[in-house]
Ligand binder design. Structure first.
Ligand SMILES: [Zn+2]
Length: 88
């Protein structure tokens, strides 16, 4: 149970979300996952038991419910963050 957001300190509430997981190179979505969601920044936190269930899902995935297409974008090449401390 997470009552306060670790990032911004905002209040969280228990909601049902769609969890995004990377299984290696593969992105999968799990619907109807209970999560503590920050009311301010939207950060999601999962209880230990929920994380375990997500792990178990990865070990033995059930039948796929449906498949969605996900658009992929590239971050602009010249980012201020990357040019700040070059080590070369
Ligand atoms: Zn927050």
């Amino acid at each position: 149970m997470v009552t306060r957001c670790y990032l911004c300190g905002g209040k969280t509430e228990l909601k049902t979300v769609t969890a995004e997981n990377w299984w290696g190179e593969k992105l999968i979505l799990v619907e109807n996952v209970p999560a503590w969601v920050c009311q301010d920044c939207g950060e999601q936190y999962f209880d230990a038991g929920v994380c375990q269930q997500l792990d178990q899902l990865r070990q033995s995935p059930p039948a796929t419910r449906r498949t969605v297409r996900v658009p992929v974008y590239s971050f602009p090449a010249k980012s201020p963050a990357a040019s700040g401390n070059s080590e070369e």
